[in-house]
Design a protein around this ligand. Structure first.
Ligand code: 6GU
Length: 239
């Protein structure tokens, strides 16, 4: 998979993709990630990337020209209908569809080339959205100053789902949300830490018992913290 990130703050991404799973996936050539400065695609002599909004109002709006030029360079066309198969151009804004594990899974399964356009809070010229973007996406109901942190979140979530990105094939399947539940609690040595002991069932080596315990703990935790994730038998959310 190839991922290109378009941003006016490329330094924001320094080092974040150079650790852990993402670093390993890059070294194993499971994913290639490149960060591009939108300003490099600005054509005027002042290298302007934003301008005042028509109709007035606060803040600046990202101009369309540099973003169109960047997409033409990275995808080969600014005609959305002519994008190569598996191309997704994602615009990160608080107005987007909310990113969820299932969306990450869909991208990991189907996308070959993802371009992330990091919006800024004040806005991106709507013609970018109308013409270039295949997916407008948010990571949740809160306001960030720009799409950059959201791009990091989404890239991390997708890369760990790519085949062979994790050490063992089953680890992603055991993640929170892949079964619609929060994760169960985990413990490591020592079995008694300052009088706080590890649940007996985890020490006895009975794997069927352990799986049962983990599932019941995951369910208990989900019911307490995120009842909206649990669908009852009538297909209704418990909340
Ligand atoms: Cl993608 N961008 C911004 N600016 N704020 C957000 C967001 C994105 N997702 C949640 N809040």
């Amino acid at each position: 998979m190839k991922i290109d990130v378009l941003t006016i703050f490329p330094e924001f991404f320094d080092a974040v993709f150079d650790f852990g799973i993402i670093r390993r996936a890059k070294l194993a050539e499971i994913v290639e990630i490149n960060v591009h400065d939108i300003r490099e695609y600005a054509t005027d002599k002042h290298k302007m990337v934003d301008d005042r909004p028509f109709g007035g109002g606060d803040g600046m709006v990202l101009k369309p020209e540099p973003i169109f030029a960047a997409i033409e360079n990275l995808v080969g066309t600014s005609d959305r209908d002519a994008y190569p198969d598996g191309t997704r151009v994602v615009l990160l804004t608080p107005q987007g569809r909310q990113f969820k594990q299932a969306v990450g899974q869909e991208f990991a399964d189907e996308a070959k080339h993802i371009v992330m356009i990091c919006g800024r809070y004040e806005g991106v010229d709507e013609r970018v959205n109308d013409t270039l973007v295949t997916d407008e996406m948010s990571i949740g109901d809160y306001v960030l100053s720009g799409g950059e942190p959201a791009a990091i979140v989404i890239v991390d979530s997708i890369v760990r789902l790519l085949p062979n990105a994790l050490g063992s094939d089953t680890s992603a399947e055991n993640d929170s949300f892949s079964d619609g539940l929060l994760d169960c609690p985990h413990y490591t040595r020592p079995a008694d830490f300052r009088g706080m002991t590890v649940p007996e069932v985890l020490l006895n080596g009975n794997h069927a018992e352990i799986e049962k315990w983990r599932f019941s703990k995951a369910l208990e935790k989900t019911r307490a913290i995120r009842p909206d994730l649990i669908i009852d038998t009538n297909g209704e959310s418990e909340r």
